[in-house]
Ligand binder design. Structure first.
Ligand code: SAH
Length: 248
């Protein structure tokens, strides 16, 4: 999978590509990721990439010509990649989108700065507009790194077991169960007995149950559209009964 990040700050991206699972994925040949400097495609001695907004007002806007040339150059590196504009006005990034992107050939990220990019770039040189949340950052670089990170860990051969990504939070519409490691007793808090029992069926049951309950407690919105299995209905009914008994 090819990733190309178009940015005026490639030095923000390179350390990210040089560490952890992203570096490992590149070493294994699973991803080919690089940053390209938009400034290299700008004209003149000063290679200016921004200009004042038409109609007045504060802030600067990223000029269309360098961006357009950079997108063209990135498309030569990754001809079948989707071109993604990072913008707070885009579709909110989530695990389902990460899965969709993981099934694609590659991604080209266009990182804005200042007030954003000239609208004519958004009109016909971009396949998707993506936001990483309802807040405004100073640039699209962190957003592009978030997407690369979430997509890369879904690619086969990146995580230890193929299963790890499937069991993660959001994959099955629920948050993941809790994790424990050694020591058994940490500051007086012990690991739940069931995890020490060696009974794999019971452990799986406990994991499914706690996954459902913690989703209900932490993110009830995730359950609104869910078709509950009969096991899940039973778990929730039992919990309701326990709560009723407690307050009743
Ligand atoms: N004036 C713009 C915001 C510009 S922020 C507006 O109000 O919509 C500058 C750049 O940071 C954007 O071009 C975009 O690339 C990036 N950016 C900021 N917040 C972002 C977010 N939540 N998700 C993705 N990119 C973001």
């Amino acid at each position: 999978m090819k990733f190309v990040v178009l940015t005026i700050f490639p030095e923000m991206i390179n350390p990210f590509l040089d560490n952890g699972m992203i570096r490992l994925a590149a070493e294994r040949g699973i991803i080919d990721a690089r940053a390209m400097n938009i400034r290299d495609f700008a004209d003149g001695k000063h290679r200016v990439t921004d200009d004042k907004p038409y109609g007045g007002g504060c802030g600067m806007v990223m000029k269309p010509e360098p961006l357009s040339r950079a997108i063209h150059a990135a498309s030569e590196v990754a001809p079948t990649a989707r071109r993604i504009l990072m913008t707070p006005q885009g579709r909110p990034f989530d695990q389902a989108m990460a899965q969709k992107f993981a099934a694609s050939d590659g991604l080209i990220f266009i990182c804005g700065r200042y007030e954003g990019v000239d609208e004519r770039i958004c009109m016909d040189q971009v396949d998707d507009e993506v936001s990483i949340g309802d807040y405004v950052m100073t640039g699209g670089e962190l957003a592009a790194m978030v997407v690369i990170d979430a997509v890369t860990r879904l690619l086969p051969g990146v995580l230890g077991g193929e299963e790890s990504a499937e069991k993660d939070s959001f994959s099955g519409g629920l948050l993941e169960h809790a994790h424990y490691t050694r020591p058994y007793n940490f500051g007086g808090k012990c690991v739940p007995d069931v995890l020490m029992s060696g009974n794999h069926a019971e452990i799986e049951k406990w994991r499914r149950e706690t996954s459902l309950i913690r989703t209900f407690l932490k993110r009830p919105d995730l359950l609104e559209q869910r078709c509950f299995s009969s096991e899940e209905k039973k778990v929730l009914t039992e919990w309701c009964k326990r709560i009723e008994d407690l307050v009743g």
